[in-house]
Design a protein around this ligand. Sequence first.
Ligand SMILES: *Cc1c(COP(=O)(O)O)cnc(C)c1O
Length: 453
Amino acid sequence: MKELLAETAVRAARYLAAIGDRKVVPGSEDVTRLEALGRLLPENPCEPAEVLALLDDVGSPATVATAAGRYFGFVIGGTLPAALAANWLAGAWDQNAAMQVMSPVAAKVEDIVREWTLDLLGLPSTSGVGFVTCTTMANFSGLAAARSALLQRVGWNVEEDGTFEAPAIRVVVGEEVHVSVLRALTMLGLGRSRVITVPADGQGRMRADALPVLDEHTIICLQAGNVNSGAFDPAKEICARARDAGAWVHVDGAFGLWGAVSPLYAPLLEGVSAADSWAIDCHKWLNVPYDSGIVAVREPEHLRRALSAGSAAYLTQSASREPWQYTPDASRRARGIELWAAMRSLGRSGLREMIERNCHQAKHFAERLRAAGFAVLNDVILNQVLVSFGSAEQTRRVIAEIQADGTCWCGGTVWHGQTAMRISVSCWATTDDDVERSLAAMIRIAKSVGIGW
Ligand SMILES: *Cc1c(COP(=O)(O)O)cnc(C)c1O
């Protein structure tokens, strides 16, 4: 075991040292070679070291270099050194984080990270928090709590009696709602087509002046950080109106909520803390390994009730927080450990510096691309940049060539009818030099395609 783990460390370190120099995406021959991992299931055992060698030799070249500094697709973070190291140790520990009795350390670390996260993000300190796989599951869990709370108020027990004959709940979303919210509504029996959609402004923010009447049967889903523009829905005004009406406010704040750690960006989040539930991603901007998200609910009992499993006698209850009562799953890995390591290693100032550096890099991308003659379509208020290289066809061609070139990687989108390239700066490892190299490649390619003058 000892030699195997030492060998793994050597291979992993070699991988990380080299990915900054190779193309961001693997070549097609690397992907084809993955066939070597399959073929016939071996009849007999083989040495773990051989298994690892095969995985590294064949698997490593076919990875996407998201752990290095020049991947700007989707919203994808890397993994902080302390978080990666903690992930390895936690793998060795092999803890089941479901219950205190199964892992005191996993339970304790969740208590600590719960407090630290609520403090960092300026959310109510008594909120209930669950450690889930992603924002999609955090949206699911937060909206399950919302559904449970609103129906309980009218005397309907949705956990016992289901949704089919329940009093109606209205769900309000913005025109720019993330698909994960709709997916969560689908799974909850609330339906993705019966939502009321509020129009958005030019930056993708829900228009508060176009809000329908809110009432105590309404869940309104806000977004803090649009995946394209980075924009924030006007939480202050909407939360105040929702509070007066007795409506529930859920915030999808996947990456945007981390803006709260910086005094430069916290003003964008004004009013967000007045909501009832929040969904937060950790594998994006906190830069911990996949998979990691957080759900927070102002009144913990709504989350616990919504996710309750009924009673099985062997599932112990204790006076303090039982992790499995706050997540849809039971047995799970102790993902709180990496969150703890990330926060412990960065500290408040390190986290703020990481967020501010990425935002600054995004602004720099926008300024340089604009100066080179290309159109930046959004106000770059956070870490997201949308750039057009001309017509839809021209922009698509430039994106394809940038992806093939491999210096960096960016995806495409359509923003208010206009085809654009998205740049999302979300990785702790992105240096200013990475940004310069990427800009040089983007501008060279866009100009060689013969456009942008
Ligand atoms: C990324 C993202 C999600 C989904 O997050 P997953 O962790 O992939 O489930 C939801 N909402 C917003 C705003 C996002 O940026």
